[in-house]
Design a protein. Structure first.
Length: 240
């Protein structure tokens, strides 16, 4: 069970990497707090809380907290916490700091990013590994990617790919707009835009459902491998 929980929580955290709704001054998406149910193989295994807040006239802070619940919480401990901060510079998202802490009782990991835009580089750390990476416009951390994608969707200008830093590497993800789909959710029946995130040659794909009428809130996320769903997250409540 500890292995299953560790794998599930890691997947849940990775889903939140890739995906928020009047916007505060400077922010493309208005501040919010959203709570999601996490499912693995059809069973409820935890919940995730994602928060976006303004930090001054042009700054932002994001956080994500994923943890087990119910019987899973009794059998094994585990938690993934993420925090990111950045600024809106000339209309573009520029992350400044990012941190992720994973702790499942038997295993823990720590990731930290420091963005130095004047120097054009990122200091990346993952446990004992560290690297200095080149920094160019458009590169973001996993949490800031959510803000970037939702803002692009709001303006109808989603590029075919995004670049983010995970661990100590720059990764490129392809994006495909799958059109509209109606979903029944705890928030009611919602019109959503369905977006696929994938890497060519890989068997894992993540799908996001974003609700334009809910200020482009992310309402469902699913990850599948070889056509079989591994994990799903669904909106339960939101405060905007």
């Amino acid at each position: 069970m500890n292995f299953l929980l560790r794998h599930t929580l890691s997947l849940a955290g990775s889903l939140l990497f890739g995906a928020l709704a009047t916007a505060a001054e400077g922010l493309p998406i208005a501040p919010f707090q959203a709570r999601y149910a996490v499912y693995a193989s059809g069973f409820s295994v935890g919940e995730a809380v994602v928060t976006l807040s303004a930090a001054g006239p042009n700054g932002y802070r994001m956080s994500s907290d994923v943890r087990p619940n119910g019987l899973v919480a009794l059998l094994a401990s585990g938690r993934i916490q993420e925090q990111a901060s950045g600024e809106i510079h000339e209309g573009k998202i520029r992350p400044l700091q990012y941190e992720r802490q994973l702790n499942t009782g038997k295993k823990s990991s720590h990731m930290q990013l420091r963005f130095d835009w004047p120097a054009g580089q990122v200091e990346a750390r993952y446990n004992a590994d560290q690297a200095t990476l080149p920094l160019t416009p458009g590169i973001v951390d996993p949490l800031s990617l959510q803000l970037l994608v939702m803002g692009d969707l709001q303006h109808g200008q989603v590029p075919p790919q995004y670049r983010l830093i995970d661990r100590t590497e720059i990764k490129t993800y392809q994006i495909r707009n799958q059109g509209e789909e109606i979903l029944n959710t705890p928030l009611g029946e919602l019109r959503t835009i369905r977006i696929n995130q994938y890497t060519p040659g890989k068997t894992r794909m993540t799908t996001f459902w974003v609700a334009p009428d809910q200020r482009f809130l992310l309402v469902r996320i699913a990850q599948e491998k070889n056509g079989k769903e591994e994990l799903r997250m669904e909106i339960e409540a939101v405060t905007q």
